[in-house]
Ligand binder design. Structure first.
Ligand code: ZN
Length: 445
């Protein structure tokens, strides 16, 4: 038996609203939720007063890169950074680790690498690549939360893209399981070689139509197969109407965007600063505002980091070339503060942020005990000071590398305390994270 905890806050995110409440925790789970002055015996009581309490963030899009590219990022550093940023569950992408998680053996290698060094809970995506359909049942049995695929070159030779026909076949193979196919949606026929080294040339080479054509391909495959489809890292806001229309037609489709698309704009990317490079690219300010509207009206369902670091030398800094620099943005520890910094100015509440960053990603990954402060859910809780103002210094972050486009930016809102399964934890504590299978049970258990 673990000890019991009673935690009170006058601003707790419960049932999609912010209100006074108390949560009683036993055996790692929330057993009851009552009024702020709920009277119940507990081994430990915490009164946060006016400090908000949020469900831990579920970041369903993290490239941990271990094993194989552990010099880019690793389970120990990524999960400690996650914890510091209020992220209590991550779902690891099937690339850029090596091997990529496209076989059961590769999943075993990843689990062996992760085991014992995770500061937060970790689940795993499988990879769908040409020719690995036969691995799907084994990977699902072993507990992957779904499959990731590309329609365009991923940059990783062992993770080639699917053709339209292969996407349809892969989704047909998944339909019965209910597990989602999550897709990097850029159509290679609409992407060109940049005309120069500038950021504007890079953005022009990956236009919104590349996302739109690829999303049409995904919608068509979802309609054909009946499988659940999800668009990762949507950047082109004009696609929101297409996504809404597909949802209205009853197609099982969802979409995420990322903090960097909601925070930055192409106009402000300084020349040579390839730490801003990602695919699809950060677009212009007018697109950013349209992304916010799409989040507000539910066309876009969630916000996840797409934390994707690399060895800093691959960015070619200080005079980076956007044609050749490796793409990917580091932000796992920053996502909650970044999104809140800009959401609050647009009139959104902490309940909105939790819906995007906790509730939705948990549902996408099939983790029903995650992402909410609700009876029966894991007591993964984050105390968050919504008014704290602080400046990002990459060297103070727990990512493996300090390089981040948020360097020097002032953010509003900071994580102050974190509980994982009802136990208060800090990044310096021995790692308590568990490895999870789709459904929320232990991986390989
Ligand atoms: Zn990614």
């Amino acid at each position: 038996m673990s000890e019991t905890l009673l935690i009170r806050s006058r601003r707790m995110v419960v049932d999609d609203e912010v209100r006074e409440a108390a949560a009683f925790v036993r055996d790692h789970r929330i057993e009851a939720i009552g009024d702020y002055d709920l009277r119940v015996d507990a081994d430990r009581a915490v009164d946060l007063g006016d400090l908000p309490l949020l469900p831990g963030v579920v970041d369903s899009h993290v490239h941990v890169d271990e094993p194989g590219r552990t010099e880019w990022e690793g389970f120990a550093s990524a999960t400690r950074a996650a914890l510091a940023g209020g992220v209590t569950t991550i779902c690891d992408m099937p690339l850029n680790s090596s091997p990529a998680t496209t076989t059961v053996d590769a999943l075993r290698a990843k689990v062996a690498a992760a085991d014992g060094q995770c500061a937060v809970d970790v689940a795993f995506w499988g990879g769908a690549v040409p020719g690995n359909l036969a691995e799907f049942p084994g990977l699902l049995d072993a507990g992957v939360v779904g499959f990731k695929s590309f329609l365009i070159d991923s940059g990783i030779a062992e993770f080639p893209p699917l053709s339209r026909e292969e996407l349809r076949s892969a989704m047909a193979a998944l339909a019965e399981s209910g597990a989602p196919m999550i897709v990097h949606a850029e159509d290679p026929t609409q992407v060109t070689t940049p005309s120069g080294a500038s950021y504007d040339a890079f953005v022009a080479s990956r236009p919104p139509v590349a996302e739109r054509r690829a999303i049409e391909t995904v919608i068509s495959a979802a309609a054909f197969s009946g499988a659940r489809a999800h668009i990762v890292h949507l950047s082109a806001a004009e696609c929101a109407a297409l996504i809404s229309s597909a949802k209205a037609a009853g197609i099982a489709l969802s979409a995420e965007t990322c903090p960097h698309y909601l925070f930055f704009a192409a106009e402000e990317v300084p020349p040579g600063h390839t730490e801003f490079k990602c695919c699809p690219p950060i677009r212009y300010a007018v697109n950013r505002e349209a992304l916010w509207r799409a989040l507000g009206d539910g066309a876009i369902d969630g916000v996840v980091s797409d934390h994707s670091p690399c060895e800093p030398s691959l960015k070619g800094l200080p005079d980076g070339d956007f044609r050749t620099a490796w793409g990917g943005i580091s932000s796992l520890q920053l996502g909650l503060s970044v999104v809140w910094s800009v959401a609050r100015r647009r009139g959104f509440s902490l309940a909105d942020v939790s819906r995007w960053m906790s509730v939705f990603p948990a549902s996408l990954a099939g983790l029903p005990s995650k992402g909410r402060i609700a009876v029966g859910c894991d007591a993964d809780l984050v105390a968050f000071d919504p008014d704290a103002s602080w400046e990002v210094r990459g060297t103070e972050l727990l990512h493996k590398h300090p390089l981040t486009p948020y360097e020097g930016r002032t953010l509003t809102g900071r994580v102050t305390r974190v509980w994982l399964g009802g136990v208060e934890v800090t990044p310096d504590d021995p790692p308590r994270g568990r490895l999870l299978a789709r459904g929320g049970g232990p991986l390989g258990g």
